[in-house]
Ligand binder design. Structure first.
Ligand SMILES: Cc1cc2nc3c(=O)[nH]c(=O)nc-3n(C[C@H](O)[C@H](O)[C@H](O)COP(=O)(O)OP(=O)(O)OC[C@H]3O[C@@H](n4cnc5c(N)ncnc54)[C@H](O)[C@@H]3O)c2cc1C
Ligand code: SF4
Length: 475
């Protein structure tokens, strides 16, 4: 039998990045906030200190800082006719666990949305006509504009001491930055991080091809920094143990380093660690949430925690599950297209755009489909944006059937094409018509190889030389 606790004003499920940002705003206004987090606080634990911090097997290969798939997982099916089975190993989809959630060990790439991302449907329709968007494409405007979101991007960047070089300040293109970025009110709070050797090679190669490389904005501190809340970051040591690791140098902008310490000082904030929320109680008639039920993982005791407001901040997949299990909102039905809960949920779909002037790109995060419901807020796309920014995205094709990028696959594809090309080399003296056909084919092949090399390089740069998020982009 669960013990019923006293009612709280706001209960937040999950103690990651979203929860910390929400709690920061609410507690500043005097609102009482309780966070329930299933994991622990690792800030002073061995995983945050040398030598254990460098344990690649434990933190990187085995993903030791994230959700333990042996204990709790999601089920997966590839079509509605299949039985859903538990996933025990998930590539890029790595929900976090513990104070700070996934962002406690994230990489730190911090892109803003493009100006047209929140109004993509309108933009395509205006440019190409309504019929250009197929009926089954779920793209839609978000209901907010970039201009409305800009102050929030600005605040986040100041709080997280983002290192970068602006490409567009109030509409004026800045040299050395991303010329396609949305207008910003000022430069990043810190200069960009230093490129590593691989980053410099990448930069040189891009410049030779006529592109404009720039250093990606990142939450890896290029210097020492104090944020508006008085929280400090040290300088990045370029240790290379960044993504999937806790930064032992206090140089990575994370919620546990920058947001929670401030919250802990506030009397109207409480966090209960090692408390797993089991479900949200919902009064269907009154259409009101009553509170949550959770189990204390140390004692095994179950509790009912009433609340005026419940904020789901347990990461998109779990938030959607809580809504579905609680009978809150209309579940999305892919057969009829009705309902919103669970609609458009996706992680890192890839689109590849080819412009008439060839392929070039800034690899960046952007929303592929507009959020239609609470379950879509983390939709992330890596796009290759054409040089001319000509919105060739309308011609986008997925890189792989599953939509999952593979640098290795891309590389292999390039080699195979190259080998075929070698076998069919035209001997000197071949008639011109065949030569021009051959030339056209050679150009196609070269383009394919170019995509392959570029996507491989980008992956390599972002993964290997840019552990502290260095220079992964070209335009
Ligand atoms: C290795 C890695 C690298 C990344 N790199 C980048 C990057 O470079 N740039 C970028 O923009 N994004 C990056 N991300 C993604 C980014 O970190 C996440 O999108 C972001 O942290 C999500 O924040 P969140 O608060 O919504 O969810 P989370 O951070 O996942 O927090 C959710 C919290 O809820 C808790 N929780 C879940 N279920 C329950 C429950 N039932 N009861 C109680 N608590 C629960 C979890 O333990 C977790 O702490 C990266 C993620 C990972 C894992
Ligand atoms: S690369 Fe820099 S930010 Fe990343 S963990 Fe190392 S010191 Fe910290």
């Amino acid at each position: 039998m669960a013990t019923k606790l006293n009612k709280r004003s706001v209960v937040i499920v999950g103690g990651g990045l979203t929860a910390a940002l929400v709690a920061r705003q609410l507690t500043a206004k005097g609102t009482d906030v309780l966070v329930l987090e299933r994991g622990v606080d690792r800030r002073k634990a061995a995983e945050a200190k040398i030598p254990n911090q460098r344990d690649e097997l434990r933190w990187d290969i085995r993903g030791g800082l994230g959700q333990d798939w042996a204990v709790e997982t999601y089920t997966v099916r590839h079509s509605r006719n299949e039985d859903a089975l538990p996933a025990r190993r998930l590539g890029a989809f790595l929900p976090g666990e513990g104070l700070g959630g996934a962002a406690s060990h994230w990489n730190g790439f911090t892109w803003r949305w493009s100006e047209y991302d929140p109004t993509l449907r309108t933009r395509f329709e205006t440019r190409y006509g309504k019929s250009a968007i197929p009926a089954d494409l779920l793209i839609q405007d978000w209901g907010v504009t970039y201009a409305e979101m800009e102050p929030h991007h600005h605040l986040f960047e100041k709080l997280f001491g983002i290192s970068g070089k602006a490409g567009n300040i109030n509409g004026k293109i800045q040299s050395g930055g991303n010329p396609f970025e949305a207008p910003r009110r000022d430069d990043y709070p810190q200069p960009p991080v230093q490129p590593t050797e691989a980053g410099l090679i990448f930069k040189g190669a891009c410049e030779k091809l006529g592109y404009k490389p720039f250093i990606a904005p990142s939450g890896n501190s290029s210097g020492t920094y104090t944020n508006p809340d008085g929280m400090k970051l040290g300088q990045c040591q370029y240790c290379g143990h960044c993504e999937r690791f806790i930064c032992e140098a206090q140089a990575k902008a994370t919620p546990d380093a920058l947001l929670y310490p401030v919250l802990f000082q506030r009397k109207n904030f409480e966090i209960r660690l090692q408390c797993r929320v089991l479900g949200v109680d919902y009064d269907r008639e009154a259409k009101r949430v009553l509170g949550v039920r959770y189990v204390d993982l140390i004692t095994g005791e179950e509790y009912e925690q009433p609340a005026d407001v419940v904020v789901l901040a347990a990461f998109t997949m779990s938030n959607t599950r809580f809504l579905l299990m609680g009978g809150i909102g209309a579940p999305y039905n892919p057969a009829t297209g009705e309902g919103v809960v669970g609609k458009n949920f996706c992680i890192r779909p890839i689109r590849r755009s080819i412009s008439s002037s060839g392929i070039a790109g800034s690899i960046r995060s952007s929303p592929a489909a507009a959020p239609a419901s609470a379950s879509t807020n983390s939709t992330t796309t890596i796009s290759i944006i054409p040089v001319s920014d000509s919105l060739a995205a309308a011609e986008s094709v997925p890189i792989s059937r599953t939509g999952v990028p593979s640098a290795v696959g891309a590389c292999r594809r390039g080699r195979r094409v190259g080998a075929r090309n070698g076998r069919k080399r035209m001997p000197p003296g071949t008639p011109t018509r065949s030569r021009s056909k051959f030339k056209a084919r050679a150009i196609r092949i070269a383009r394919t190889i170019s995509i392959s090399i570029r996507s491989t390089m980008t992956s390599m740069v972002s993964r290997w030389c840019a552990s502290p998020s260095i220079g992964a982009t070209t335009i």
